[in-house]
Design a protein around this ligand. Structure first.
Ligand code: SF4
Length: 239
Protein backbone atom coordinates (compact mmCIF):
# COMPACT_ATOMS: atom_id res chain seq x y z
CA UNK A 1 0.00 0.00 0.00
CA UNK A 2 1.31 3.43 -0.86
CA UNK A 3 -0.35 6.75 -1.15
CA UNK A 4 0.20 10.43 -1.16
CA UNK A 5 -0.58 11.53 2.35
CA UNK A 6 -2.70 14.30 3.84
CA UNK A 7 -0.54 14.20 6.98
CA UNK A 8 0.97 17.68 7.17
CA UNK A 9 4.58 16.69 7.94
CA UNK A 10 5.09 14.04 5.27
CA UNK A 11 4.10 13.49 1.64
CA UNK A 12 3.80 9.72 1.18
CA UNK A 13 3.08 6.64 3.20
CA UNK A 14 4.53 3.14 2.85
CA UNK A 15 2.98 0.29 4.81
CA UNK A 16 5.03 -2.93 4.66
CA UNK A 17 3.17 -3.81 7.89
CA UNK A 18 -0.48 -3.11 8.72
CA UNK A 19 -2.43 -3.62 11.92
CA UNK A 20 -1.45 -3.00 15.51
CA UNK A 21 -2.60 -3.18 19.14
CA UNK A 22 -3.07 -0.36 21.62
CA UNK A 23 -0.39 0.51 24.14
CA UNK A 24 -1.32 3.79 25.83
CA UNK A 25 -3.83 6.62 26.08
CA UNK A 26 -2.63 8.12 22.81
CA UNK A 27 -4.01 5.02 21.04
CA UNK A 28 -7.53 5.41 22.40
CA UNK A 29 -9.04 6.84 19.21
CA UNK A 30 -6.50 5.37 16.78
CA UNK A 31 -7.34 6.47 13.25
CA UNK A 32 -5.58 3.45 11.71
CA UNK A 33 -7.76 1.08 13.71
CA UNK A 34 -10.95 2.93 12.84
CA UNK A 35 -10.09 2.94 9.15
CA UNK A 36 -8.88 -0.68 8.99
CA UNK A 37 -11.82 -2.18 10.84
CA UNK A 38 -14.25 -0.65 8.34
CA UNK A 39 -13.08 -3.22 5.81
CA UNK A 40 -12.81 -6.32 7.98
CA UNK A 41 -14.24 -9.28 6.12
CA UNK A 42 -14.38 -7.56 2.72
CA UNK A 43 -12.90 -10.23 0.41
CA UNK A 44 -9.76 -9.09 -1.42
CA UNK A 45 -9.61 -5.71 0.32
CA UNK A 46 -6.14 -4.72 1.70
CA UNK A 47 -7.80 -4.47 5.13
CA UNK A 48 -9.81 -7.67 4.86
CA UNK A 49 -8.09 -8.72 8.11
CA UNK A 50 -9.13 -5.49 9.80
CA UNK A 51 -6.55 -4.17 12.24
CA UNK A 52 -4.90 -7.57 12.87
CA UNK A 53 -1.18 -7.34 12.34
CA UNK A 54 -0.07 -8.43 8.89
CA UNK A 55 3.32 -8.39 7.16
CA UNK A 56 3.38 -7.46 3.47
CA UNK A 57 6.65 -8.81 1.97
CA UNK A 58 5.44 -7.89 -1.53
CA UNK A 59 5.49 -4.21 -0.56
CA UNK A 60 9.04 -4.20 0.71
CA UNK A 61 10.62 -2.85 -2.45
CA UNK A 62 7.95 -0.34 -3.37
CA UNK A 63 9.95 2.83 -2.53
CA UNK A 64 12.65 1.70 -4.96
CA UNK A 65 10.12 2.11 -7.77
CA UNK A 66 9.38 5.76 -6.85
CA UNK A 67 11.97 7.73 -8.78
CA UNK A 68 11.30 11.24 -7.44
CA UNK A 69 12.53 11.99 -3.90
CA UNK A 70 9.80 11.81 -1.28
CA UNK A 71 9.31 12.19 2.44
CA UNK A 72 7.90 8.79 3.36
CA UNK A 73 6.09 7.96 6.59
CA UNK A 74 6.81 4.28 7.29
CA UNK A 75 3.86 2.26 8.59
CA UNK A 76 1.25 4.95 9.02
CA UNK A 77 -1.19 2.06 9.63
CA UNK A 78 0.92 0.11 12.11
CA UNK A 79 4.01 0.28 14.33
CA UNK A 80 7.26 -1.11 12.90
CA UNK A 81 8.51 -2.14 16.36
CA UNK A 82 5.35 -4.04 17.31
CA UNK A 83 6.33 -7.18 19.22
CA UNK A 84 4.88 -9.38 16.44
CA UNK A 85 7.08 -7.89 13.72
CA UNK A 86 10.12 -10.21 13.47
CA UNK A 87 13.55 -8.63 13.64
CA UNK A 88 14.35 -10.19 10.27
CA UNK A 89 11.47 -8.24 8.73
CA UNK A 90 12.58 -4.98 10.35
CA UNK A 91 15.99 -5.60 8.76
CA UNK A 92 14.37 -5.99 5.36
CA UNK A 93 12.57 -2.66 5.83
CA UNK A 94 15.89 -1.05 6.74
CA UNK A 95 17.56 -2.62 3.71
CA UNK A 96 15.08 -0.91 1.40
CA UNK A 97 15.45 2.42 3.20
CA UNK A 98 19.21 2.12 2.97
CA UNK A 99 19.04 1.39 -0.77
CA UNK A 100 16.52 4.15 -1.56
CA UNK A 101 18.87 6.96 -0.52
CA UNK A 102 17.04 9.60 -2.58
CA UNK A 103 14.04 9.36 -0.24
CA UNK A 104 13.73 10.42 3.39
CA UNK A 105 12.03 7.87 5.64
CA UNK A 106 10.21 8.83 8.82
CA UNK A 107 9.55 6.04 11.32
CA UNK A 108 7.34 6.77 14.30
CA UNK A 109 6.69 4.40 17.19
CA UNK A 110 5.10 4.07 20.57
CA UNK A 111 7.08 0.85 21.17
CA UNK A 112 10.00 2.81 22.53
CA UNK A 113 11.37 -0.04 24.69
CA UNK A 114 11.85 -2.29 21.67
CA UNK A 115 13.23 0.62 19.69
CA UNK A 116 15.70 1.35 22.50
CA UNK A 117 16.84 -2.29 22.51
CA UNK A 118 17.09 -2.77 18.75
CA UNK A 119 18.00 0.76 17.72
CA UNK A 120 21.72 0.62 18.46
CA UNK A 121 22.05 -2.53 16.30
CA UNK A 122 20.14 -1.38 13.20
CA UNK A 123 21.86 -0.10 10.01
CA UNK A 124 21.05 3.61 10.16
CA UNK A 125 21.62 5.86 7.17
CA UNK A 126 21.25 9.62 7.12
CA UNK A 127 17.95 9.40 5.19
CA UNK A 128 16.25 7.42 7.98
CA UNK A 129 14.64 9.53 10.69
CA UNK A 130 13.33 7.97 13.88
CA UNK A 131 10.65 9.40 16.14
CA UNK A 132 8.57 8.42 19.16
CA UNK A 133 5.06 9.55 20.05
CA UNK A 134 4.51 11.14 23.44
CA UNK A 135 1.00 12.20 24.36
CA UNK A 136 1.41 12.89 28.08
CA UNK A 137 4.11 13.23 30.69
CA UNK A 138 3.72 9.64 31.98
CA UNK A 139 5.20 8.35 28.69
CA UNK A 140 7.92 11.00 28.44
CA UNK A 141 10.44 8.17 29.10
CA UNK A 142 10.02 7.23 25.44
CA UNK A 143 12.31 10.14 24.58
CA UNK A 144 15.07 8.55 26.71
CA UNK A 145 14.82 5.35 24.66
CA UNK A 146 14.93 7.40 21.46
CA UNK A 147 18.14 9.08 22.61
CA UNK A 148 19.82 5.65 22.54
CA UNK A 149 19.23 5.44 18.79
CA UNK A 150 22.01 6.65 16.47
CA UNK A 151 19.64 8.11 13.85
CA UNK A 152 20.74 11.34 12.19
CA UNK A 153 17.34 12.87 12.97
CA UNK A 154 15.51 11.95 16.18
CA UNK A 155 12.07 13.48 16.50
CA UNK A 156 9.10 13.66 18.84
CA UNK A 157 5.47 13.55 17.74
CA UNK A 158 3.51 15.11 20.61
CA UNK A 159 0.14 14.11 19.26
CA UNK A 160 -2.56 13.74 20.35
CA UNK A 161 -1.32 16.12 23.02
CA UNK A 162 -3.36 15.27 26.11
CA UNK A 163 -1.66 17.34 28.79
CA UNK A 164 1.18 19.75 29.54
CA UNK A 165 4.70 18.48 28.82
CA UNK A 166 6.63 21.11 30.72
CA UNK A 167 9.24 18.68 32.10
CA UNK A 168 10.02 17.08 28.74
CA UNK A 169 13.75 16.77 28.06
CA UNK A 170 14.64 17.94 24.53
CA UNK A 171 18.34 17.09 24.71
CA UNK A 172 19.41 15.14 21.62
CA UNK A 173 16.09 15.82 19.87
CA UNK A 174 16.19 17.37 16.38
CA UNK A 175 12.52 18.02 15.62
CA UNK A 176 9.25 18.42 17.51
CA UNK A 177 5.77 17.98 16.02
CA UNK A 178 2.71 19.01 18.06
CA UNK A 179 -0.92 18.30 17.27
CA UNK A 180 -4.31 17.97 18.86
CA UNK A 181 -6.57 14.97 18.48
CA UNK A 182 -9.10 15.01 15.65
CA UNK A 183 -12.16 12.99 14.75
CA UNK A 184 -15.11 11.74 16.76
CA UNK A 185 -14.63 12.07 20.55
CA UNK A 186 -11.46 14.15 20.12
CA UNK A 187 -9.98 15.12 23.47
CA UNK A 188 -9.22 18.83 23.92
CA UNK A 189 -5.76 20.39 23.78
CA UNK A 190 -5.01 23.65 25.61
CA UNK A 191 -3.32 26.55 23.91
CA UNK A 192 -0.92 27.05 26.80
CA UNK A 193 0.46 23.50 26.41
CA UNK A 194 1.29 24.22 22.77
CA UNK A 195 2.77 27.67 23.47
CA UNK A 196 4.94 26.30 26.20
CA UNK A 197 6.36 23.63 23.85
CA UNK A 198 6.86 26.16 21.05
CA UNK A 199 8.73 28.45 23.44
CA UNK A 200 10.91 25.58 24.70
CA UNK A 201 11.78 24.64 21.12
CA UNK A 202 12.70 28.22 20.31
CA UNK A 203 14.89 28.49 23.35
CA UNK A 204 16.65 25.17 22.64
CA UNK A 205 16.84 25.80 18.86
CA UNK A 206 14.76 22.71 18.05
CA UNK A 207 12.67 23.01 14.84
CA UNK A 208 8.98 23.13 15.70
CA UNK A 209 6.10 21.91 13.52
CA UNK A 210 2.55 22.65 14.58
CA UNK A 211 0.33 20.15 12.80
CA UNK A 212 -3.19 21.05 13.89
CA UNK A 213 -5.50 22.10 16.69
CA UNK A 214 -7.68 19.07 15.91
CA UNK A 215 -11.19 18.67 17.23
CA UNK A 216 -14.26 17.10 15.69
CA UNK A 217 -13.97 19.38 12.63
CA UNK A 218 -10.25 19.86 12.39
CA UNK A 219 -10.31 21.96 9.22
CA UNK A 220 -12.33 24.61 11.03
CA UNK A 221 -9.85 24.79 13.88
CA UNK A 222 -6.92 25.05 11.46
CA UNK A 223 -3.24 25.01 12.31
CA UNK A 224 -2.24 28.59 13.09
CA UNK A 225 -0.70 29.52 16.39
CA UNK A 226 -0.31 33.16 17.39
CA UNK A 227 -1.13 34.39 13.91
CA UNK A 228 1.06 32.10 11.81
CA UNK A 229 1.79 28.51 10.84
CA UNK A 230 4.85 26.69 12.20
CA UNK A 231 6.32 24.41 9.56
CA UNK A 232 9.92 24.03 10.58
CA UNK A 233 11.85 20.90 9.58
CA UNK A 234 15.09 19.52 11.01
CA UNK A 235 17.09 19.74 7.78
CA UNK A 236 16.43 20.89 4.24
CA UNK A 237 14.74 17.84 2.74
CA UNK A 238 14.66 19.02 -0.86
CA UNK A 239 11.29 17.32 -1.37
S1 SF4 B 1 0.61 2.42 18.31
FE1 SF4 B 1 -0.22 3.78 16.72
S2 SF4 B 1 -1.08 2.40 15.15
FE2 SF4 B 1 -0.79 1.21 17.03
S3 SF4 B 1 -2.79 1.32 18.08
FE3 SF4 B 1 -1.48 2.96 18.90
S4 SF4 B 1 -1.99 4.76 17.67
FE4 SF4 B 1 -2.74 2.96 16.56
Amino acid sequence: MSASSSIEWTNSTWNPVTGCTKVSQGCKHCYAQRFSERFRGVPGHPFEQGFDLRLWPDRLELPLTWKEPRLIFVNSMSDLYHEKVPLSFIHRVFATMGDARWHTFQILTKRARRLGELGPTLPWKSNIWQGVSIESIDVAWRADELRRVPAEVRFLSLEPLLGPLDGLNLAGIHWVIVGGESGPHARPMKKEWVRSLRDRCRRDAVPFFFKQWGGVQKHRAGRRLDGRTWDQYPVATGV
